[in-house]
Design a protein around this ligand. Structure first.
Ligand code: GLY
Ligand code: MN
Length: 441
């Protein structure tokens, strides 16, 4: 995985989008260099310009700063790539800022600050040529130029509003604030505006997401064909990830979860060190990252190749719950609505499968998250679904006393008339799963 490929966040969390730049570099002779590592598949200038224009519309005559990386989440960890920066520039980059000036006209509204210190990684290209941003400047000059733009240099003129991404805990981007004196300046959160833009995918994003979902599903199916007693979880992981590569995905969109038996009770188990045991279930929750975009597909199946009665009954309940939720995906519905629909379905159809309880008691995580550049892409609470949104639908049942964890997850595009499932290449019905496993033997 690349240094910047650390975007994964927990199922039960929102993605961490706190943005902060790396410390401001001293101006160096290489500062004049404006080459950057070429993206896997460049985004057309017109598409990038449209994204920046849409954001500019939301900031009025204010100034927005989008740093390329945030500091490591753990001491000694890697810096985290900002998918906001990538969305607006097409670059996965460290030590850079994008500054958008709402008071400047046309192409002067966007300035890209680069250190020029990037270590060569594959093919290097001119930043301007790849981003369509004509104004590429030296990172070392950014604080001074930004201060001038914001008029925080002691002048009596009122300051311009500064838009920064506020982090998980509401803290604004610390490193931008450290670099620029913002005393007396009004700062606002850029995240809701960015989330509102990013949550509806443009055509370029949709074509990448379609492929990411398809390749993820093909990998999951390949895992299904290969699994059997005596193999290691890591063997299945290797087969799945090899299929991702064959499908054109250079990376996983998060660390693969290949969890047999009771390992599936741990939602983000990814040690993948156990041996597959006859009679147990195997849960694979895996995602290919295709041209920057994340797939995320979960399948659960019997290691023997045939479900036991008990496994089948629980599996069918998870599956019908997922189908009820997917059937309800259409414009205007919220993820909260889908959660409620899924839980009600599961409760109503539990019978005596979960003893005195209804099985929704054992559905211990959220149903859905948005997909995009991040596997947990930004969304807004209670935002009604709209055409062009892509989300997961992933109910589960986890029964610790029996060492059973079952989850089924697909990637779903919201269309004007309802929805389209993008990850159909992975078998899902009991008969299709058993047939796929038999095929592989
Ligand atoms: N597929 C892992 C997650 O959604 O967190
Ligand atoms: Mn997921």
């Amino acid at each position: 995985m690349s240094m910047l490929d650390t975007r994964y966040s927990l199922l039960v969390q929102l993605p961490l989008l706190a943005l902060a730049a790396a410390p401001v570099a001293a101006q160096s002779p290489s500062c004049e260099s404006t080459v950057v590592a070429a993206p896997e598949i460049p985004v057309a200038h017109g598409v990038l310009a449209a994204r920046r224009s849409a954001l500019l519309e939301t900031i009025g005559s204010g100034v927005a700063v989008v740093p390329a990386t945030s500091p490591p989440r753990r001491p000694g960890g890697y810096p985290v790539a900002s998918s906001d920066f990538e969305y607006l520039t097409g670059l996965e980059q460290s030590d850079a800022w994008l500054v958008l000036d709402g008071s400047a006209a046309g192409e002067h509204a966007a300035v890209l600050y680069l250190t020029g210190n990037a270590a060569p990684a594959g093919q290097m290209v001119e930043a301007g040529a790849i981003t369509g941003i004509a104004d590429v400047r030296c990172f070392g000059d950014a604080p001074e130029e930004l201060a001038a733009l914001l008029r925080t240099d002691g002048a009596s003129t009122p300051g311009t509003i500064l838009f920064l991404s506020m982090g998980m805990r509401g803290a604004p981007d610390a490193d931008v604030l450290a670099a620029v004196d913002t005393a007396g300046l009004e700062t606002r959160n850029l995240r809701p505006a960015l989330a509102r833009l990013r949550v509806v995918k443009d055509e370029e994003e949709l074509s990448r997401l379609r492929r990411a979902a398809e390749v993820s599903a093909l990998g999951a199916a390949q895992g299904m064909r290969s699994a059997g007693p005596g193999l290691g979880e890591a063997d299945v992981q290797a087969v799945i990830e090899a299929q991702f590569h064959a499908g054109g995905a250079l990376r996983t969109s998060f660390p693969s979860i290949v969890a047999s038996g009771s390992n599936a009770l741990e939602l983000h188990y990814n040690d993948n060190v156990s041996t597959l045991t006859d009679g147990e279930l195997l849960l694979t929750d895996v995602g290919a990252e295709y041209a920057g975009y994340a797939g995320d597909v979960t399948r659960t199946y019997p290691i023997s190749g045939t479900f036991t009665d008990r496994q089948r009954d629980l599996y069918e309940l998870v599956l019908s719950t997922q189908e009820a939720a997917i059937d309800s995906v259409r414009p205007g519905v919220t993820i909260e609505d889908l959660n409620r629909i899924a839980r009600e379905h599961m409760a109503e159809h539990s019978g005596d499968l979960c003893g005195d309880e209804t099985c929704d008691v054992f559905f211990i995580h959220g149903l859905s998250h948005h997909l995009g550049l991040d596997v947990h892409d930004p969304g807004l609470p209670n935002l009604p679904l709209a055409p062009g949104m892509v989300l997961t639908v992933e109910p589960g049942i986890y029964i610790p006393d029996e060492g059973i964890g079952i989850r089924i997850e697909d990637d779903v595009l919201v269309t004007p008339g309802g929805h389209e499932v993008l990850s159909t290449a992975a078998p899902k019905s009991v008969s299709a799963v058993e047939a796929e496993m038999a095929n592989g033997r």
